[in-house]
Design a binder for this molecule. Structure first.
Ligand SMILES: O=c1[nH]c(=O)c2[nH]c(=O)[nH]c2[nH]1
Length: 319
């Protein structure tokens, strides 16, 4: 039998880090779960037990992440922070050619206080279980002076439900069809969204603490236009608004409207993928006691079904 190593990637997973940024009158926080993985000329560590090529996951990967959490000017901005960290890894280590940084950001929202409901400068609450996800690849395989940053971000676990404004009719029917068409039903899903930015060319930081973003035409986007935080806010808002207001003919049709709007509102987004489980809530048949709970307008008692669910996915790309 013969075999060979065809892929290898290693690093640190489930790194939990919390950072406070203190300004004179306000404090900012982020809580991240980070995965930081490296690829490069490390095959002998697997095939010959040669640890000399291993940038140890503790001493380098984890300790550098902590150092960057303390010093990076981009810590509050997950896309830029991940690009900064990835750029550092592939720049510092000659034999590391790719870095893969995944950041899951937990929600902390400012508490509103007082009669005017103003935002408190240093008190926060968890206002949702959904996470903001950023996946960054920094690719130095074309050369250490030709770094490319590939960024996909999105949302996970955004649980939503509407009690009307959703139908499912006129679907394909054959001898297996038992599903009854409905013009009004509960629609619930746990939104999994990811959107891909156009790749960015990065320059290796001469000073660790800086990171220049340079797009192919030479325009410096470090200031505003390439705005991961803004995209994330708009994408979450569009997702919730379209979900709430669409007269949904199906999960498929609503998904498509959401994705098109995310692309229309965000010029740097090249494609959008949604994965939407159709979390079924089944009306209970109460005809045994003479009560109509099955016609859509009279359906009030439902059984939430945890499994199975439908799963509707699609990718919509900019033309
Ligand atoms: O919105 C829906 N899409 C489907 O593809 C489907 N299939 C199904 O049984 N119910 C639904 N609902």
């Amino acid at each position: 039998m013969s075999s060979e190593l065809t892929a290898a990637r290693y690093g640190k997973d489930k790194i939990r880090v919390f950072r406070v940024v203190r300004e004179a009158n306000i404090q900012h926080i982020v809580e991240y779960n980070v995965t930081s993985l490296l690829e490069g000329d490390v095959s002998t560590s697997y095939t010959e037990a040669d640890n000399s090529v291993v940038v140890a996951t503790d001493s380098s990967v984890y300790r550098h992440l902590l150092y960057f959490a303390k010093t990076s000017p981009h810590i509050l901005d997950p896309e830029k922070f991940a690009l900064h960290l990835g750029t550092f890894f592939v720049s510092k280590y000659a034999h590391i050619h790719k870095a893969f940084i995944t950041i899951e950001q937990l929600r902390w929202t400012r508490i509103s206080v007082g009669a005017d409901g103003h935002e408190h400068p240093y008190s926060f609450y968890r206002d949702g279980d959904d996470k903001r996800i950023t996946k960054v690849e920094v690719d130095a395989s074309a050369g250490k002076d030709k770094l490319v940053g590939k960024v996909t971000s999105g949302i996970a676990d955004l649980l939503v439900l509407k009690t009307s404004g959703s139908s499912f009719e006129n679907f394909f029917k054959d001898e297996y069809t038992t599903l009854v068409p409905v013009n009004d039903r509960i629609f619930s899903t746990s939104v999994d969204l990811s959107y891909t930015f156009s790749p960015v060319q990065l320059s290796s930081p001469k000073d660790d603490r800086k990171l220049e973003f340079v797009v192919p035409d030479g325009t410096d986007l470090s200031g505003g236009a390439w705005d991961g935080i803004g995209v994330a806010e708009r994408a979450r808002k569009v997702t919730l608004e379209v979900f709430a207001t669409d007269e949904s003919a199906s999960v498929q049709a609503t998904l498509y409207k959401m994705a098109r709007k995310v692309i229309a509102e965000n010029p740097h987004i090249a494609s959008v993928t949604y994965a939407l489980p159709n979390k079924h809530y089944l009306p209970i048949d109460m005809s045994y006691i003479g009560i109509d709970n099955m016609t859509p307008a009279k359906a009030e008692v439902f059984m939430p079904v945890s499994a199975p669910s439908g799963l509707i996915t699609a990718t919509i790309s900019r033309k």
